[in-house]
Design a protein around this ligand. Structure first.
Ligand SMILES: Nc1nc2c(c(=O)[nH]1)N[C@H]1C(S)=C(S)[C@@H](COP(=O)(O)OP(=O)(O)OC[C@H]3O[C@@H](n4cnc5c(=O)[nH]c(N)nc54)[C@H](O)[C@@H]3O)O[C@H]1N2
Ligand SMILES: Nc1nc2c(c(=O)[nH]1)N[C@H]1C(S)=C(S)[C@@H](COP(=O)(O)OP(=O)(O)OC[C@H]3O[C@@H](n4cnc5c(=O)[nH]c(N)nc54)[C@H](O)[C@@H]3O)O[C@H]1N2
Ligand code: SF4
Ligand SMILES: [Mo]
Length: 707
């Protein structure tokens, strides 16, 4: 007898592409089983796209390693406990730190999957605020803070990030991004391969700058190697050429153009060529092509934002878009008009900078967060304001932030640590209690974040595919309970009436909130979205300037002080010779998902991909042999791993993926021994920061020697 099958629509929450999926489900006696997953061709944004990770979404749901009930640490063991006990333990630990040591005694780290969960978006910031601390950290400062820092200064809001109009552009200039593997970031572009094919069919071109000949570089019309960390001078030299050759056509609402001209005056193509390895004539030609193209978009991502000059890079990119007349133009870069407008409606604040600083290093906050590179010293350095208790939510900073392993050691010195997470991993294993929420298929999803960064305006509400298992909690319910139970234990209790309104506010479900926000936005309704579960198409990106600008005078001031002031540091860094060290950069693979999908057997099958990639000439110069073990050392640490020779690497540059280096001790991962590799973040350096406070994960000087 065959088990009856049914289909259900789901939204993939594993990367920024937010693909629509169609699941085939068998309702077996022991419970529902997803038997296959494919892309939903009806989805107006993802158009049927799916990648290997999307297929593995069901593995998370089924994974025996995944936590389904809270656990607490008893000696070296983990014991399952009930929710009440777990939430009380958490509130006890957090409130004790607050009561005994003051408001900054709690440290909070929010990881990447929070951006992909509706409940985390609607209720996360409420919980964080209730804990009052200034010691707030997140994965943003190992990721995209330079984009936000520049958007805040140029456009008046940290999330006003111009999106490349990939579906209509005729010239796509890409620095330090690998959308063929990542499916785009701060540019939600599901089905990038087909979108690129269409671009080429229109006669368009893609040009890529990357120190590795990546999957994206290989399908580009043109690829140029660039020395890690020197993109800023290449971009500024392109701006220089625009002025030199009279190619600037900025819109009327842009000011301070003369200041930009002066700032880039000595960044000549010849100077840039010497620093970056990109020939001066290439820099000149591309600047001219940008100005001449009928719709060109300049885009730079992780390779640019996580280097020492991420903010200068992101600023220079916007200068190129704006000065060539490609800003707010079809085929250039445009702002989205999402059905729920988190920018225009002020749901997320504009941003601010340096209103306070970290206690030990005096690093400025951005948007209320401190650089995660300063977290360890805030835990380890005694004194007023020292972090005594930690709460991590959907993050694995031991593998994902600089000098991560030592951060893990620091966690062991805390009075208390709680983690909201679905796995016992390198980070959560240091906690006293772990609280696992429901996962993607068990909760409603509306993407508040990534519709804002998508290459087309669409809206989609996906109800939970599976009912919440008996006794399980969604992340927003966990946040509500942590907030309320901790508040109830504080020495100076809030008046009761306030606690009641607080409970009421935190008890409104994400679905209800979305319904209200859609009404206010007037572009579509929950009813319409329920009737069209594949998603509603709201059309291509449109010009919205200057009306949508969030700057107070509705003008763009193109020469922001905080970025211009960093130019001397750039010049100095270029003057310093690199010696005979190699520069380490990161990479992503299509079948890896930051640090957390390695429990999936289907994603970890096949050839190992953890190796250090190195150019054959660099191997030879060191007497190294392809495939053997090497010792890689930086200022911060040393790791031993295998080296793989490939001329896809620029000579002088080596690459390791992040999210590897799983610890077998205390981590629940049946697959752990099958996933080789080391953590790149045992080499990256918490002292290397961009002016925005973002970590400079790329371009780390290392030496490589035989073992
Ligand atoms: N060297 C180097 N370092 C990097 C990068 C790099 O390119 N190079 N990339 C950086 C970038 S861009 C990012 S975004 C960060 C990511 O850094 P993090 O956000 O710190 O780490 P993730 O690997 O995304 O870990 C996600 C965690 O969330 C848990 N999780 C998954 N789903 C859920 C859920 O629904 N709810 C809850 N509560 N938990 C869940 C997983 O078990 C895992 O522990 O890494 C950064 N680190
Ligand atoms: N399959 C998969 N997809 C993902 C993720 C994943 O883990 N796996 N993670 C998601 C997340 S959280 C993010 S933030 C996005 C990131 O999306 P992308 O930014 O597209 O992804 P990366 O692979 O980090 O690309 C960075 C590129 O920069 C290059 N690079 C390094 N240093 C430099 C430099 O100094 N200059 C230049 N020009 N290039 C440099 C690297 O070689 C690499 O090709 O991907 C998302 N999508
Ligand atoms: S590209 Fe893959 S991981 Fe990203 S949303 Fe689509 S299916 Fe999920
Ligand atoms: Mo990221």
């Amino acid at each position: 007898m065959t088990t009856p099958q049914r289909t259900a629509l789901a939204a993939c929450n594993l990367c920024e592409a937010i693909c629509g999926l169609e699941l085939t489900i068998e309702d077996r006696p022991e419970g529902p089983k997803v038997v296959s997953i494919r892309g939903n061709a009806e989805d107006p944004l993802s158009r049927g796209h799916i990648c290997p990770k999307g297929v593995a979404l069901a593995d998370v749901y089924d994974d025996p390693d995944r936590l389904r009930r809270p656990v607490k640490r008893v000696g070296d063991d983990w014991v399952e406990i009930g929710w009440d006990e777990a939430l009380d333990l958490t509130a006890d630990g957090l409130s004790r730190a607050l009561n005994e040591h003051g408001r900054d005694a709690i440290g909070i780290y929010f990881g990447n999957p929070n951006a992909h969960s509706l409940g985390a978006q609607t209720h996360g910031s409420g919980m964080i605020r209730s804990l009052r601390t200034r010691n707030k950290f997140s994965a943003s400062s190992v990721d995209q803070i330079p984009h936000q820092f520049v958007a805040w200064q140029l456009f008046g809001h940290q999330l006003m990030i111009p999106i490349a109009d990939i579906d209509r552009t005729s010239y796509f200039l890409v620095f330090g991004a690998n959308p063929m593997a990542s499916n785009g970031s701060l540019m939600t572009t599901p089905d990038f391969p087909n979108r690129l094919r269409e671009l080429k069919k229109r006669g368009g071109r893609m040009v890529v700058f990357d120190p590795r000949r990546t999957e994206t570089a290989k399908v580009a019309d043109e690829h140029h190697f660039v020395h890690p960390g020197t993109d800023a001078v290449v971009l500024l030299a392109m701006v220089h050429v625009l002025f030199e050759e009279g190619l600037t056509t900025p819109p009327s609402y842009v000011r301070e153009i003369e200041s930009v001209r002066l700032a880039v005056a000595d960044f000549t193509p010849e100077y840039a060529a010497e620093a970056s390895g990109v020939p001066a004539d290439v820099i000149r030609r591309i600047a001219r092509e940008l100005a001449a193209a009928d719709g060109a978009a300049v885009y730079g991502r992780m390779g640019l934002s996580t280097q020492g000059f991420g903010s200068i890079c992101q600023w220079a990119i916007q200068c190129l878009n704006i000065l060539t007349g490609n800003f707010d133009k079809e085929g250039g870069v445009l702002f989205t008009e999402p059905a729920i407008d988190i920018v225009g409606k002020g749901i997320i604040g504009r941003g601010h900078f340096d209103i306070w600083r970290s206690r030990v290093r005096q690093a400025p906050e951005f948007g209320g967060e401190l650089p995660v590179s300063t977290l360890r010293e805030e835990i380890e350095t005694p004194g007023d304001g020292q972090i005594r208790a930690m709460l991590t939510v959907a993050g694995n900073p031991v593998l994902s932030t600089p000098d991560g392993k030592r951060l893990g050691d620091a966690f062991d010195g805390l009075d208390f640590m709680a983690a909201v997470d679905i796995y016992l991993n390198e980070t959560t294993r240091h906690a006293d209690v772990v609280l696992p929420p429901t996962t993607a298929l068990e909760r409603d999803q509306y993407d508040l974040v990534f519709h804002t960064f998508a290459v087309r305006n669409t809206a989609r509400f996906t109800p939970a595919v599976f009912e919440k298992p008996e006794g399980a909690l969604d992340d927003w319910e966990i946040f509500r309970e942590i907030a309320l139970r901790t508040a109830a234990r504080l020495d100076r209790k809030k008046p009761l009436r306030k606690a009641v309104t607080e409970r009421a506010r935190l008890s409104v479900s994400p679905r209800t909130l979305v319904t209200g926000l859609l009404l206010a936005g007037r572009r579509t309704t929950m009813r319409a979205l329920r009737a069209t579960p594949a998603g509603v198409d709201l059309g291509p990106l449109r010009p919205t300037m200057p009306g949508r600008l969030q700057t107070r005078d509705k003008l763009i001031h193109l020469a922001p002080d905080q970025v211009i002031a960093d130019l001397p540091r750039l010049r100095e860094s270029i003057a310093t010779p690199a010696g005979d060290e190699l520069l380490l950069i990161g990479r992503r693979h299509q079948s890896d998902n930051n640090s957390w999908m390695h429990n999936s057997v289907r994603l970890t099958r096949g050839k190992p991909r953890h190796q250090l990639l190195m150019h054959p000439d660099d191997l030879e110069a060191r007497g190294l042999i392809d495939g053997t073990s090497v010792r890689v050392a930086s200022r911060v640490g040393t790791v031993t791993t295998e080296v793989r020779a490939t001329d896809d690497m620029m000579p002088g540059v080596v690459s390791l993926p992040h999210g590897y280096g799983h610890q077998q001790d205390g981590v629940r991962m049946a697959n752990a021994s099958k996933v080789a590799g080391v953590s790149i973040n045992d080499l990256t350096d918490p002292e290397r920061l961009d002016v925005s406070g973002n970590a400079a994960l790329n371009g780390v000087p290392v030496t490589v020697v035989p073992v």
